[in-house]
Design a binder for this molecule. Structure first.
Ligand code: FE2
Length: 196
């Protein structure tokens, strides 16, 4: 099936923030329950959300939400249909598989130090019309992505504030969805890239 997937839709999302802010936002899910009720209550089960580093990849895994609460029909007939997973490849690409085996991607692009663009790709078998994938792309853009834009732009304003002080990270790989160890790994990778 995988080899037959082709792009169905591209969604371009400008964000007035440094690209690293949106990559960090993507790499933790403690904000999901508060900021993404559609995603947290109708797509994934945040209590099972886990992110682990593998080389310079951050691997996200989680179970889907209870079937009666899912916002769409995930019964695809393929294995792993009831899981969500994502592979974030440092520094700026991620492939996600939503429950129901729906592939979608993030390509982050830098405009300048305070502006980025995220291209969201959505795929279907053979690239043929697929109402479920289209609906999911719209749902994602109008809920999860919309909230994240406000979140990352707010962080960007905070970074410019004279009162800004880098806060501590909650670094405990056992503390599940509330842990910030993926952000710690990202910040190390950023530093290594700059320091050579
Ligand atoms: Fe988010």
């Amino acid at each position: 099936m995988g080899a037959e997937l082709k792009p169905l839709q591209w969604v371009e999302i400008p964000a007035n923030c440094n690209w690293k802010v949106t990559v960090e936002n993507y790499s933790e899910c403690y904000h999901c329950s508060l900021r993404h009720p559609t995603f947290a209550n109708g797509v994934v089960k945040p209590s099972t959300y886990d992110i682990q580093p593998h080389g310079k990849c951050l691997r996200h895994t989680t179970e889907c939400q209870s079937l009666e609460d899912m916002t769409y029909d995930i019964n695809s007939g393929f294995e792993h249909y009831d899981e969500y997973s994502s592979w974030f490849l440092f520094p700026m690409f991620s492939a996600q598989v939503y429950p129901g085996n729906v592939l979608n991607t993030y390509h982050w692009r830098v405009i300048d130090d305070a502006h980025a663009v995220v291209w969201r790709g959505w795929y279907s078998a053979g690239g043929v019309e697929d109402a479920k994938v289209r609906a999911l792309a719209i749902q994602d853009r109008e809920t999860t992505v919309e909230k994240d834009i406000h979140l990352v732009e707010s962080v960007q304003r905070g970074l410019k504030s004279r009162g800004y002080v880098p806060g501590p990270l909650v670094v405990d790989h056992k503390s599940g969805v509330n842990a910030e160890h993926p952000v710690m790994h990202l910040q190390r990778w950023f530093k290594e890239a700059v320091d050579g």
